[in-house]
Design a protein around this ligand. Structure first.
Ligand code: SF4
Length: 358
């Protein structure tokens, strides 16, 4: 069982490494680090660790630039919801990670996949009192109802814009469209705005994706110019209030080397040029990632604090969401080093944190 889980982790961490939308890179500095533990750097230079994995690398779509596309012959695996939850809790308790970055290939449908992703986050919060950072990938085409649910449990949501022009998308990712992707971005923005505006009756609505939303754009898969890429990024920032557009260099995938005959040869240097230019111009403020727990001076993820506070406050109602699983009590929470107790202590600061981070 342990060996089986380790094998899945190896496959699904490897498949997740192409997603740059949490700015993370694989590291081998820590000899104890398991596959999937990545280091991310915040804009002010702080280093944080995330477990970055896919729920599954099976996918019904066939995006030409993606190693996980349906037609690619590679080892496949799928985590059960409970398996990711347990891995996350174990790694967090051992102080390996500060949080979870969870994405997935699309299985059955965007809604079915999103349900599984949301179930992981909900279980971490409701059943385990997890106070670490949670970044969830939203599936293009997902329903607003599921999107609303996802943001209640996640600090951050992201949906990848993938490519800079509609023509690029049509050619390389025909199962997707900018329209369906931007519909998700607009849905996240509207939920964030609604949460920030309050319920209007004096009651406090649940916090929604307090660390905002991000996206990722692939650079170099087509001949699209830097100017067009940046124009697209500007539009996304303005229209959907993104915290950040991440850029990732297209790397040819085995069997697809000759596909992009018109694409210029690019690499990280061009990504740095494009992304660095953007960063110098208007790196979004408040692109906040939590610090490692155990650092006494480090503020926790405000999103986690808010979600945990809201979860505890509404725990009776949550029984309907997770039958048979109430949020852990204070005594149980104390048995989870570095997670629930810290969140419990911070519940009184919910309003202040919320105001500060909006
Ligand atoms: S939907 Fe995502 S995982 Fe599936 S092929 Fe496209 S980019 Fe890859």
């Amino acid at each position: 069982m342990v060996r089986e889980l380790a094998k899945k982790l190896g496959i699904l961490a490897d498949s997740a490494k192409y997603d740059a939308s949490c700015a993370s890179t694989r590291t081998s500095r820590d000899p104890a680090a398991a596959p999937g533990i990545c280091h991310s750097y915040t804009p002010d230079g702080r280093c944080v660790s995330l477990l970055k994995v896919l729920l599954t690398n099976y996918c019904i779509y066939d995006c030409a630039y993606c190693v996980n596309r349906a037609s690619n012959d590679l080892p496949r695996a799928r985590f059960a919801v409970d398996e990711i939850v347990q891995l996350t809790i174990d790694f967090h308790q051992r102080n390996y990670i500060d949080g979870l970055f969870l994405s997935s290939g699309v299985i059955q449908s965007p809604d079915y996949t999103m349900e599984q992703i949301v179930a992981v986050a909900r279980s971490l919060l409701v059943e385990h009192g997890f106070a670490g950072y949670i970044h969830l990938k939203a599936m293009p085409g997902v329903s607003q109802e599921l999107l609303r649910d996802a943001g209640l449990w996640a600090d951050r949501l992201s949906v990848n814009i993938e490519l800079p022009t509609t023509d690029d998308i049509r050619r390389l990712a025909p199962d997707k469209s900018h329209e369906s992707i931007e519909t998700v971005m607009a849905g996240v923005k509207s939920e964030i705005d609604a949460s920030a505006a309050g319920a209007g009756d004096g009651s406090s609505p649940p916090p929604y994706a307090a660390a905002g939303q991000t996206t990722q754009m692939i650079v170099g898969a087509t001949g699209t110019s830097d100017a067009t890429i940046l124009t697209m990024a500007d539009r996304l920032y303005a229209r959907h209030n993104l915290r950040r557009v991440y850029y990732t260099a297209y790397s040819p995938i085995p069997g697809q080397e000759g596909l992009f005959a018109d694409a210029p040869i690019v690499g990280d240097a061009r990504v740095s040029s494009v992304g660095g230019g953007r960063a110098r111009i208007d790196l979004p403020t408040g692109d906040r990632v939590p610090r490692r727990h155990g650092d006494a001076n480090a503020p926790r993820s405000a999103g986690a604090r808010e979600r945990l506070a809201w979860t505890r406050h509404h725990r009776a109602g949550l029984g309907a969401l997770a039958p048979g699983h109430a949020a852990p009590g204070r005594r149980a929470a104390r048995r989870q080093p570095g997670s629930a107790t810290r969140g419990l202590r911070l519940t009184g600061r919910r309003s202040e944190a919320r105001t500060r981070n909006r």
